[in-house]
Design a protein around this ligand. Structure first.
Ligand code: SAM
Length: 240
């Protein structure tokens, strides 16, 4: 199993496990003394540790050695208009699983999400990183309004804009035409809110030079469905 911890990781360290993590390891996974666990904190790579139960319900983890170095974070920027909390948790986790390295909440005219809880977004990013086996935990950017979010993108970063009104018959061809799969540029993906983008937002986005609007088919997808679809497409055509 792989567990996220906040502590710095170095050889010889013995970490007391939090109650919930001890419960998970000892009760759910029925791990015992001497069993191995992999730890990561998002900064020091992956470490192998051994379980040292101390008392019935808790355990320590004795760090043995680093098993994977800390990788560079993924470079894909995922820009999204916040949704209602339940769907937002799902969308944040899927963005991490699908390769986002920076998660950027963008407030648009029709955004309906309640007040955004950034610590909840970060907890979702950590949980998804544990589950999908990545060591560089995606960063959660400060929420921005759409114009600021667009201005914050480097000019050379290709923005893949999910637009259900885009007259794009072949999104794969459109993506290939906008970026050379052999040496793809830095990428950003933008998915709108439940209410879609306003017309002037659509123009503002399409007016950005390095932007490609993609239709993901004839049906209107929920924003969290569109997120998975477009990230899968981008990874398939331009993935690392
Ligand atoms: N305008 C939609 C409507 O009329 O119901 C509402 C927006 S849709 C629920 C949420 C977002 O998902 C859109 O802003 C767009 O970014 C993306 N999306 C949904 N369906 C799509 C499609 N077929 N192609 C591309 N993007 C889509």
């Amino acid at each position: 199993p792989r567990l996220h911890v906040e502590a710095d990781l170095r050889a010889g360290l013995v970490l007391p496990l939090e109650r919930a993590q001890a419960g998970y390891l000892l009760t759910v996974l029925r791990k015992a003394e001497g069993d191995r666990v992999h730890l990561f904190n998002g900064r020091d790579g992956e470490w192998r540790a051994e379980i040292r139960p101390n008392g019935r319900k808790s355990a320590d983890l004795a760090l043995i050695e680093q098993t994977r170095p800390q990788p560079a974070p993924a470079d894909l920027h995922y820009l999204f208009a916040p949704l209602k909390t339940g769907r937002l948790d799902y969308m944040a986790q899927k963005a991490v699983e699908m390769g986002a390295g920076l998660i950027c909440p963008v407030f648009t005219r029709y955004t309906q999400g309640e007040r955004l809880k950034l610590d909840r977004l970060r907890a979702n990013a950590i949980e998804a990183a544990e589950q999908c086996g990545i060591l560089a935990i995606p960063e959660i950017a400060e929420p921005a309004r759409l114009p600021e979010a667009l201005d914050a993108l480097e000019p050379g970063r290709l923005l893949v804009f999910c637009d259900e009104d885009a007259a794009v018959a072949d999104p794969v061809a459109a993506l290939r035409a906008a970026a050379d799969p052999a040496s793809p540029p830095p990428l950003a993906v933008l998915v709108g809110p439940e209410g879609g983008f306003s017309p002037d937002e659509g123009e503002r986005i399409a007016g950005r030079p390095a932007t490609v609007a993609l239709s993901l088919g004839p049906r209107i997808l929920r924003a969290d469905t569109a997120a998975v679809a477009v990230l899968a497409l981008v990874q398939a055509v331009l993935g690392d």
